[in-house]
Design a protein around this ligand. Structure first.
Ligand code: ADP
Length: 587
């Protein structure tokens, strides 16, 4: 049976359901057994009723009255149990679903950024999300059906054994084709799901583009809507084509397997008629046997449908388990500690998995407490990648990041650095939560939130919102208040300041600010940083020139470094870029 159901799909599904909700599994199982027993009661009551009908007793036979009463009771019991069963399964399905989602989400937030960013991971995650996660409820239903039917079958077989053992092998044989057909169907299903996955992801993305708030203005400005709708339609057509041929295949397999079962039931009923004709069965026995055969047929086909569902779900559940097994099970929070002496980057190189050339090559850089160190360079020169290495988000391929001379575990480095990137998140949460999310290890501290907001120059604006710091920001989830681009950027900056870290990485922190706002923020940058060391990536010379030390990057390497004055005097790349920008203003 194990191999027939796809390498232990039953065991896997049962283990999952059992871990998620023991009590629920037991209750559902008990209901199934009760349901199956009441079906047996129906068979016995029917036999009694026929016996009563054909008895010689005058008037209304007593046996008939008892039998009919029993029939009414067992039938009522069977149907009320089935209502209970359905609701119980619904609850169990939800619990199993929650259990699997909990595991998946824990693993997702714990997974390393490099892995997360790889297309292979995105593909796999989407496949698991769109296929495997819908399965638990189906699987739980199938499991419970299987348990109840198994009990029912044992009972029916016992009844049939007493009446006519010959019927048993015929009815059992009837189920074999449907197991075989399920196996074919399940493989086809998995192949289909894997084949359409990439297209489905594109379709989801296009839907987001056309329905998501952040894209609305640009899409209208470029009149790109109809083009995007066209692309989406093409994905629809491709998916529908694949689905149509898959569905036709599944229909053919389904019809064949149902036909095989129907033929077997017909053979069994014919056999009963024959045995009645030969006098081997009494009328009451034949009646009960026919009902038992019908019910057994039903139970068997329920078992085979359940096994079919489990077989079909097997590859998806295995996919989910394999995926989860390859991921970390919990995020580990690193150990914090102050920077006393210096953070030093030594000989660091990093190449993205999908690239041949390194994004960062042999970089040395030093950062001391209270210092502002800027990194400048043209687009694609490796600044953000370097910042992510310093923040402990990427592991350098070669070279090290030293914290007071010591090489830290990456989660410890992450715990000690605060970072805000160009594509910072606009959390659809309250203003206070938007800041405090940077340090959830500590209890939410409103005074600290306000201090960070003052540092980032956004305190007054947040305080003036309809519900102050408790105002929900963003309009995607509820009626809230939206902020301007520059205000959002200050909120992100406040977030970086809120985190209890002695190094802060600021990747283009002022890109959305107007020159006056930037000047106000950066003229007093050291007060804002309160003694922290800052690694600043910026294209804005007004803030870069205030830095204590400036590194100039080109094609992943540091090509020169020094103070603003030293670099200008060198007449190198920095001077060239600076003059270019200055000239643009002066001309
Ligand atoms: P900068 O911040 O100076 O603009 P980046 O560090 O973002 O530069 O990028 C450096 C190089 O690495 C570029 O060639 C860029 O295309 C590449 N790159 C950046 N991010 C990724 C990524 N996730 N996968 C592959 N290549 C990347």
């Amino acid at each position: 049976m194990r191999s027939a159901v796809g390498g232990g799909a039953v065991g896997r599904a049962l283990a999952t359901a059992w871990t998620a909700d023991r009590g629920g599994v037991l209750r559902a199982f008990l209901l199934q057994v009760l349901g199956a027993s009441s079906a047996l009661g129906v068979v016995l009551a029917s036999k009694l009723a026929i016996d009563g009908l054909v008895s010689d007793e005058g008037g209304v036979p007593r046996l008939l009255v008892v039998a009919l009463a029993l029939l009414a009771v067992t039938t009522a019991l069977a149907s009320s149990i089935s209502v209970f069963q359905q609701q119980q399964q619904r609850l169990l399905g939800e619990k199993v679903g929650q259990y699997i989602w909990r595991r998946l989400l824990r693993a997702c937030v714990a997974v390393d950024l490099v892995t997360w960013e790889s297309p292979a991971f995105a593909d796999r995650l989407e496949r698991v999300r769109s296929n495997a996660l819908q399965r638990p409820t189906t699987v739980v239903g199938a499991l419970m059906g299987l348990a109840g039917s198994a009990v029912g079958i044992v009972g029916m077989v016992a009844v049939l054994l007493a009446i006519e053992p010959l019927l048993i092998p015929v009815l059992i044989a009837a189920g074999v084709p449907s197991v075989l057909f399920s196996r074919i169907a399940s493989r086809a299903e998995f192949r289909f799901a894997s084949g359409v996955n990439a297209g489905l992801r594109r379709r989801i993305y296009l839907k987001q583009l056309m329905t998501g708030r952040p894209f609305a203005a640009e899409i209208r400005a470029f009149d790109a809507g109809p083009h995007l709708v066209g692309r989406h339609d093409a994905e629809d057509v491709a998916y529908l084509g694949a689905l149509e041929s898959h569905v036709r295949f599944r229909q053919r397999v389904g019809v064949l397997s149902t036909l095989a079962s129907a033929v077997a039931l017909a053979v069994a009923l014919l056999l009963i008629v024959l045995l009645l004709d030969r006098g081997r069965l009494s009328l009451a026995e034949a009646g009960a046997a026919a009902i038992a055969a019908r019910l057994l047929g039903g139970q068997l086909s329920a078992v085979f449908t359940a096994v079919g569902t489990l077989v079909e779900s097997g590859p998806f559940l295995r996919d989910l388990e394999d995926f989860l097994a390859g991921l970390p099970q919990d995020s580990s929070r690193g150990r914090r500690g102050p920077l006393r002496d210096a953070l030093s980057v030594r000989g660091v190189s990093f190449t993205y998995g999908s690239r041949d050339t390194p994004a960062v090559k042999d970089v040395d850089l030093d950062l001391a407490p209270g210092q502002v160190v800027a990194v400048v360079g043209e687009n694609g020169s490796g600044k953000t990648t370097l910042a992510k290495i310093v923040a402990g988000l990427y592991a350098a391929d070669t070279g090290t990041v030293l914290w007071d001379g010591e090489e830290l575990a990456r989660e410890d480095l992450r715990a000690r650095v605060s970072a805000v990137f160009q594509d910072f998140v606009r959390y659809q949460l309250s203003a206070a939560d938007n800041v405090a999310i940077a340090d959830t290890a500590a209890p939410h501290d409103r005074a600290r939130v306000e201090r960070a907001a003052i540092g980032a120059g956004i305190d007054a604006a947040l305080g003036a919102l309809p519900r102050g710091y408790d105002t929900h920001l963003g309009l995607e989830l509820s009626e809230g208040s939206d902020l301007s681009g520059g205000q959002w950027q200050r909120v992100a900056l406040a977030r970086a300041l809120y985190r209890d870290a002695s190094v802060i990485v600021l990747d283009e922190p002022t890109a959305a600010l107007d020159p006056r706002a930037e000047h106000e923020l950066f003229s007093d940058v050291r007060r804002m940083l309160e003694g922290r060391a800052a690694l600043l990536i910026s294209h804005r010379w007004s803030s870069v020139r205030l830095a204590d030390h400036i590194y100039v990057m080109d094609a992943g390497r540091v090509i020169e470094h020094g103070t603003h004055d030293e670099l200008l005097a060198r007449q190198g790349r920095y001077a060239e870029l600076y003059t270019l920008q200055a000239a643009a203003y002066l001309d």
